[in-house]
Design a protein around this ligand. Structure first.
Ligand SMILES: [Zn+2]
Length: 345
């Protein structure tokens, strides 16, 4: 792709060429970034790999939309080294560090403009750096593919029960296809989103606009790397690629795990600390555990008055623990657990 009127991001790769190509998208930076740092004339290098072999479906594989979520980045770097053109039917585009400035800075958002890539779609070719990347993804990449698989993990302060996520398609006839993706991915937990948090500004919204089928993941979190999540998800990605027909042979022999389907409860039914004073949260339950309404899910201990009775944190509704708060120090309004409920069509 040469610089086209559509985007100021350039690359030496021909995105439509046959074979395996490795290189960069080059995101031009202004003389000053928004933080006031003098960056001169330079570019930010966004690694990209394209593999094309004849006719077939197109898949975009993405990680590093948030720079400090690591499992997906590692899985895609491994896949980049392993996949050969002869394995592919159609095309695969891999962006292992989509918001490259955030990946470089080891942060959720871009250090250039504090941009959250997953809230910037459809992007803007003349906007801030994160909007330019969003625009590139929606206008140049999603237009070339049928599927987008976007690998996320929890944030620094949140750990997820490893799960794959699909949104309910607007066309009810496509719900079966979305469930088939979850089952092919084969994580023990599949989450169905009725309404995406980021709406039209998230990649899910971009995929809807471009008629691309979307699946994402939440793998671990807390700023670390979960060996168990990588182990399940890397085989899941390989199964997905074969399921949609973009690989000529299965890349893994490992069968999918049975997938329990959940949906998130509304945010007012998450479990929050209701305490006037901050303290240390001692959890009584963990990821994947089932809790009942009224159950004590943990205690807040008050370090400034160690003799004071700790305050129980009670579940308002029942469900499965999908997500937990990482920092121990907890105060009024902090969500300690996010719950899921069994999904029924
Ligand atoms: Zn993320």
């Amino acid at each position: 792709m040469d610089t086209t009127p559509n985007t100021k991001i350039w690359t030496d790769l021909d995105l439509d060429a046959e074979g395996k190509q490795i290189g960069y998208f080059r995101l031009p930076l202004a003389v000053h970034d928004r933080s006031g740092d003098d960056v001169g004339y330079s570019f930010e290098a966004i690694p990209v790999v394209t593999i094309r072999n004849g006719e077939g479906p197109g898949v975009l594989l993405m990680a590093g939309s948030h720079g400090n979520e690591y499992e997906g980045q590692i899985i895609l770097m491994k896949l980049i080294r392993e996949l050969r053109a002869e394995d592919v039917r159609g095309r695969i585009i891999i962006l292992p560090g989509a918001n490259a400035p955030a990946v470089r800075a080891d942060r959720r958002n871009s250090p250039l403009d504090d941009g959250n890539l997953n809230r910037k779609f459809p992007g803007d070719p003349d906007g801030d750096p994160t909007s330019m990347i969003a625009h590139l993804i929606e206008s140049e990449l999603l237009t070339r593919v049928d599927y987008a698989f976007d690998l996320h993990s929890g944030s620094l302060s949140i750990e997820y029960l490893p799960c794959a996520v699909v949104a309910r398609p607007s066309d009810p006839d496509r719900m079966g296809d979305a469930l088939d993706l979850l089952r092919a991915f084969g994580m023990p937990t599949g989450m169905i989103i009725e309404h995406s948090t980021g709406g039209n500004r998230a990649l899910i919204g971009a995929c809807r606009r471009q008629n691309v089928q979307h699946l994402s993941t939440e793998l671990g979190g807390g700023g670390g790397v979960s060996r168990a999540a990588i182990d399940i998800a890397e085989h899941g990605v390989m199964r997905l690629l074969h399921h949609v027909g973009v690989t000529r042979r299965p890349l893994t022999e490992r069968p999918p795990l049975d997938c329990r389907l959940l949906k998130r409860v509304p945010s007012w039914d998450y479990i929050y600390a209701e305490t006037s004073e901050r303290g240390l949260f001692e959890p009584f339950v963990g990821l994947g555990d089932r809790v009942e309404a009224g159950q004590t899910t943990g205690l807040i201990h008050f370090t400034t008055a160690p003799w004071r009775e700790p305050q129980p944190v009670i579940a308002k509704s029942g469900g499965v623990i999908l997500c937990r708060r990482i920092p121990a120090r907890t105060g009024l309004g902090d969500c300690v657990f996010v719950l899921g409920k069994d999904w029924t069509s």
